[in-house]
Design a protein around this ligand. Structure first.
Ligand code: CTP
Ligand code: MG
Length: 248
């Protein structure tokens, strides 16, 4: 089995508020997309499998910047392609999938915004796909009580209900898939891709919507998404201090 990765880096990073697209913003000494690509390429599955092709999505007007941010990240024999993403994350992943080489049967989809996901997490996801799960997501228990709120309007809204917390998982990337399952799910959900209001926020959601089954493996706090300036401060601090009991 051969493993490829689509690394999404085509967002603007509007909530980060930086002049550059989020993926090329330097954090802990390198652009976010470079950290993320390094982890994908460093991961080794239990049977030694590794990522053998990497496709990175970039904003149309920043392909050169993303390409430059990836300089020096590549490893021998692993092609790295930068392609133009789409209007939504879903559309960007679809563009990345279309650029994968033919001889790939496992696909990881990872967000450059989760730049510090460790190689061990990548490997855990690949292992679960290779063990027979069609779609695999890393997830962490939810610490907050979560409410479903109806008709949010003018700064408030009525609570519908409170899902039991023990069954909730906050999911991360990389997410891993049998390639045919992911391609099928994107084809079924393609009509949703053009608009943020309808687009899937993760790929496993597309698999679920297409009737597929998704398996959750333990996530990793280091794979937290960098969204706001506060997240950058946290990531810099955590990068400087090793996680107690953490694995590389
Ligand atoms: N992404 C993408 N194409 C898009 C939108 C997002 O490839 N059209 C990628 C981002 O680059 C990021 C990941 O999807 O790595 C998760 O998106 P998010 O954290 O929302 O990043 P941005 O969309 O860039 O940020 P914001 O929503 O604050 O503008
Ligand atoms: Mg976004």
């Amino acid at each position: 089995m051969s493993v490829a990765a689509v690394l999404t880096a085509a967002g603007s990073g509007s909530r980060l508020g930086h002049a550059l697209p989020k993926a090329v913003v330097p954090v802990a000494g390198a652009p976010l997309v470079a950290h993320a690509a390094r982890a994908l390429l460093a991961a080794r599955a239990a049977d030694g499998a590794r990522v053998t092709a990497l496709v990175v999505t970039a904003p149309a007007e920043h392909v050169a910047a993303v390409t430059a941010a990836l300089a020096g990240v590549g490893v021998p024999d692993v092609p790295v392609r930068v392609v133009v993403g789409g209007a939504t994350r879903q559309a960007s992943v679809a563009a990345g999938l279309a650029a994968l080489p033919p001889d790939v049967d496992v696909v990881l989809v990872h967000d450059a915004a989760r730049a510090f996901a460790p190689p061990a997490l990548v490997a855990r996801v690949v292992d679960a796909v290779r063990a027979g799960h069609d779609a695999v997501v890393p997830g962490l228990p939810v610490v907050d009580t979560v409410k479903r709120v109806a008709a949010w309007d003018a700064g408030g809204g009525p609570v519908l209900d409170t899902p039991p917390r023990d069954v909730l998982r906050a999911v991360q990337t990389p997410q891993g898939f049998a390639r045919d399952v992911l391609v099928h799910a994107h084809a079924v959900g393609a009509h949703r891709a053009g608009d943020e209001a309808t687009a899937a926020s993760d790929d496993a959601g597309l698999v679920e919507a297409a009737g597929g089954r998704v398996w959750v493996v333990p996530g990793d706090e280091r794979a937290a998404k960098i969204t706001t300036p506060r997240d950058v401060v946290l990531a810099e601090a955590l990068h400087a201090a090793p996680v107690p009991g953490g694995t590389p």
